[in-house]
Design a protein around this ligand. Structure first.
Ligand code: SF4
Length: 255
């Protein structure tokens, strides 16, 4: 079975919405073109519309190349270097439009974000990045810590007594085994602080769909492998993670 067919439903959702966004922008360009050729418009008005259409067409062409790059990368499982720029533009600048189109079709926002993370992860995997462990940062949310635990680990993860009652213990085991860095973040501000402090060249981030998506876009151009957290007690309390998935994400980056 070809890799393209293996692009599962979750990835197809984002790619489908990206294509729909591209068609929407193309349709908008056509509408502007219709206004330009309409004889009632003044020359100044037509000039403004012409600039607008040039920007729109330029963006549509760039994002079109980006979409082609994403599909090629997923298909070949190989990085297509010369399409990296358009791919980044397609993922970053069109993401709000993708969410907007999803809203029109009443698609759950978290499903779209999840799909975006899957696509992002496969694109990162295709880059075959190999780094020294100290260049890798694991960013984890503080809600992984058991809510009844009295030790404050967001200021210093060494405060964890490693009792094994939550996944913080597993994170520390992986840190010791692979020699990577860890940051437990209470939100975006602290996450950015860890990125500034450790200057990672790659990140393994564990979070919910919303935080992962904004984190991946924020960290750009640093590659981020996203691992969705598990929320058996609802959001932001006593969350868990799939340990083998996190470990395999670390292994993908470690030289
Ligand atoms: S492993 Fe134990 S000590 Fe460490 S954060 Fe979790 S509950 Fe607290």
């Amino acid at each position: 079975m070809s890799s393209l067919i293996q692009v599962n439903e979750r990835k197809r959702l984002f790619i489908g919405l990206l294509t729909a966004s591209l068609l929407t922008a193309g349709g908008l360009a056509l509408a502007v073109w219709y206004l330009i050729v309409s004889p009632q418009q003044s020359a100044a008005y037509q000039l403004v519309l012409l600039v607008l259409i040039l920007v729109l067409v330029g963006t549509v062409v760039l994002v079109g190349f980006g979409l082609a790059g994403i599909l090629l990368t997923l298909w070949l499982s190989k990085n297509v270097k010369w399409l990296q720029g358009p791919m980044r533009i397609a993922l970053n600048t069109f993401f709000p439009l993708v969410l907007g189109v999803g809203k029109v079709f009443r698609i759950d926002m978290d499903r779209i974000r999840n799909s975006f993370v899957q696509v992002n992860n496969q694109l990162i995997e295709a880059m075959h990045i190999k780094l020294k462990p100290e260049s890798i940062l694991i960013l984890a949310p503080h809600c992984l810590q058991r809510s009844s635990c009295p030790y404050k680990i967001t200021t210093d993860i060494e405060n964890c007594r490693r009792c094994g009652k939550c996944n913080v213990d597993d994170l520390l085991k992986m840190r010791d085994e692979y020699g990577v860095n860890i940051g437990m973040a209470t939100g975006g501000t602290l996450a950015r602080k860890y990125v500034k402090e450790y200057k990672p060249r790659a990140i393994v981030a564990i979070a919910c769909e919303r935080d992962l998506t904004s984190g991946i876009l924020d960290a750009n151009p640093i590659p981020v492998l996203g691992v969705m957290n598990i929320r058996p007690h609802g959001p932001c309390v006593n969350t868990c993670m799939n340990v083998p998935t996190v470990e395999s994400a670390i292994q993908q980056f470690v030289r």
